[in-house]
Design a protein around this ligand. Structure first.
Ligand code: PXG
Length: 297
């Protein structure tokens, strides 16, 4: 496997970054996790836009343009012979002094890793996940906005640890107001009385690209799609619950905090949207996303 660092291609074992890089010293940098289906990168432009927005929020200038980055992502998929896979793009602040100062760093590192992705076991998609609400609150947006996909994921990792200790693969995080925010690496949706519900950006979440795609699909399928603040109460009384994310795609949740959601099995709306998401990924692979109502959220 080959890895890209600043335009140079290295063998996996030779792809190395300095111990003085502020990405390592401070988690100072940004990243994206992107899927490719049949050799076509899913929602490439949206991922690039989010990466550039995250970097801008951190006063970090990405040393190449979006078009170049897009070409380099495709070329790394080709180099590694991957059609259905996962691309991790990382931009670090680069080397500086041992002090915090981002202004002392002048050599940001752009890393592209194109790999295959280990899917969640099939039974999760058939039987649904069990998750718990954890005590670690999602970052306060005024402290470190969850809209920034930064290399500092400790907030999510602390929540994930709580989830693991409770025997769960995902964990539900609330925000500082006690509202439902998102899971550690996935956005959350509920289905209640035929409406599809998901928390708004103001709840302090990553604006997920899978979430955006699924909101479009829910509207296209004729459901009322409500982007609205949600509480644990809404989760407990929901008919269905599911998560969305680049890694997970669309995955049902059947139990939250030991309470069965609905009848405790993946519901019909969830199954329909899972199906439509796979069709969308396959069709965009052929046609591109141009006519699919992007940006409706
Ligand atoms: N919330 C958070 C906090 C995330 O990190 C999502 C929501 C879903 O966003 P997208 O754009 O992917 O629909 C994420 C994304 C991993 C992994 O290795 C996690 C993500 C993406 C890729 C890989 O666990 N999280």
């Amino acid at each position: 496997m080959k890895v890209y660092i600043n335009g140079t291609i290295y063998d996996k074992h030779d792809a190395k970054i300095s111990v003085f890089d502020h990405g390592l010293l401070y988690g100072d940098g940004v990243f994206e996790g992107i899927r490719s289906y049949g050799g076509k990168v899913f929602r490439l432009q949206q991922h690039l836009d989010r990466l550039w927005d995250s970097a801008k929020a951190l006063w970090l200038e990405i040393p190449i343009g979006k078009e170049q980055m897009g070409r380099d992502i495709y070329s790394m998929l080709k180099t590694n012979g991957i059609d259905d896979g996962y691309v991790r793009v990382v931009v670090t602040r680069g080397c500086g002094t041992l002090g915090l100062g981002p202004d002392r760093c002048h050599d940001p590192q752009v890393i592209i890793i194109a790999d295959t992705i280990a899917l969640y076991p099939k039974e999760f998609y058939e039987k649904g996940l069990t998750i718990v609400t954890v005590s670690t609150l999602r970052n306060h947006p005024a402290a470190l906005s969850p809209r920034i996909k930064s290399l500092n994921y400790l907030n999510n990792i602390l929540a994930k640890i709580e989830g693991i200790q409770a025997g769960c693969i995902e964990a539900l995080m609330l925000n500082h107001k006690g509202e439902v925010a998102e899971c550690t690496g996935d956005n959350i949706f509920l289905v209640h009385k035929g409406c599809v519900l998901t928390p708004p950006n103001e709840a302090g979440i990553l604006e997920g690209i899978t979430r955006d795609a699924v909101m479009t699909l829910a509207r296209e399928a004729g459901y009322e799609m409500r982007v609205t603040p949600l509480t644990k109460h809404d989760v407990y009384i929901a008919d269905e619950c599911f998560l969305t994310g680049t890694a997970a795609e669309v995955v049902p949740v059947v139990k939250v905090d030991s309470r069965p959601i609905g009848d405790g099995r993946p519901g019909p709306v969830t199954r329909q949207l899972m199906q439509r998401f796979h069709e969308m990924a396959r069709s965009e692979q052929r046609e591109g996303p141009a006519n699919r109502g992007r940006g409706q959220s």
